[in-house]
Design a protein around this ligand. Structure first.
Ligand code: HPA
Length: 274
């Protein structure tokens, strides 16, 4: 049976609304290798996304598909474990289903997290980077289609993108926890393969600091829906050509494993003070 996108969105939101223990205030999307965070907070209900009719299947190792309704320090959370990637063959409108759902459940803020390659030569694997801006030039056409229905008012949501107030809180959380937080531009590439050294040279010249295959469309869409949006990258590797080491998904997972503790402390503090 074919159903159109709005119906699909509505059906997914309705099927979840009837089950959830509370309306979440903050949505946290966990990136590659960062999924363990979901186990570090108290969870009231976990829904496997495979049980949700119409929900895209995540095919990436390290991306189990769950929606967790969790609590930390009196804040209600929706934790998205298992992202839907563009390179898996899904349309952007499908990749943003968790964001759409967060908005429908009256979430006010979305914290996007991801694994990314370090393009900025001052970044090392294991660093955390707060996004100060996003580059989605590689998917501009798709983003335009995704946002094609935005009202004038919604288009103005991009004026504060990522949310400056949210970023300020994140810097404060890092300061309190004494965690070094780099800052820079997150640059989207379509994947599924990593970039070539020449592509990284171009991204570097054009002001990119970290490179990854997610987040930008989610951030665009969340801002468009009026959610406070921010992004934290875990720099898991030197981007292609910046070191002698061959890039691999296992390196990404190994580095994410090493920063897990700092990441957990930082995200917990953000939740607490937001
Ligand atoms: N490039 C793109 N995506 C990534 C990388 C990278 O180097 N590392 C982790 N995700």
């Amino acid at each position: 049976m074919m159903i159109n996108l709005n119906e699909k969105y509505r059906a997914i939101a309705e099927s979840i609304k009837s089950r959830i223990p509370f309306e979440p205030q903050i949505c946290i999307v966990l990136g590659s290798g960062l999924g363990d965070f979901a186990e570090k907070v108290e969870t009231e209900l976990s829904i496997s996304t495979s049980e949700i009719f119409g929900y895209p299947k995540s095919t990436v190792q390290g991306h189990q598909g769950y929606l967790h309704f969790s609590m930390y320090k009196n804040k209600n959370l929706l934790i998205v474990q298992g992202r839907i990637h563009f390179y898996e063959g899904y349309r952007l409108s499908e990749c943003v289903i968790p964001i759409h759902l967060a908005a429908k459940l009256n979430c006010k803020s979305v914290l996007l997290t991801n694994a990314a390659g370090g393009v900025n030569r001052n970044f090392k694997p294991g660093n955390l980077m707060l996004a100060t801006s996003f580059n989605g030039i590689n998917i501009k056409k798709e983003l335009t289609q995704l946002l094609g229905l935005a009202t004038l008012e919604q288009r103005n949501n991009f004026l504060d993108f990522p949310s400056s107030a949210f970023n300020k809180k994140i810097r404060e959380a890092a300061r309190i926890e004494k965690i070094e937080l780099k800052e820079g531009v997150y640059w989207f590439t379509k994947g599924p393969s990593y970039e070539t050294p020449a592509e990284i040279q171009m991204i570097s010249k054009f002001g990119g600091d970290a490179v990854g295959m997610s987040t930008v469309h989610e951030a665009f869409y969340a801002s468009y829906l009026g959610l406070n949006t921010a992004s934290i990258s875990c720099i898991t590797n030197y981007a292609a050509g910046l070191s002698d080491q061959k890039l691999s998904h296992s390196e990404v997972m190994e580095t994410a494993e090493l920063v897990k503790k700092d990441f957990e402390r930082l995200v917990k503090k953000i939740i607490e003070i937001i």
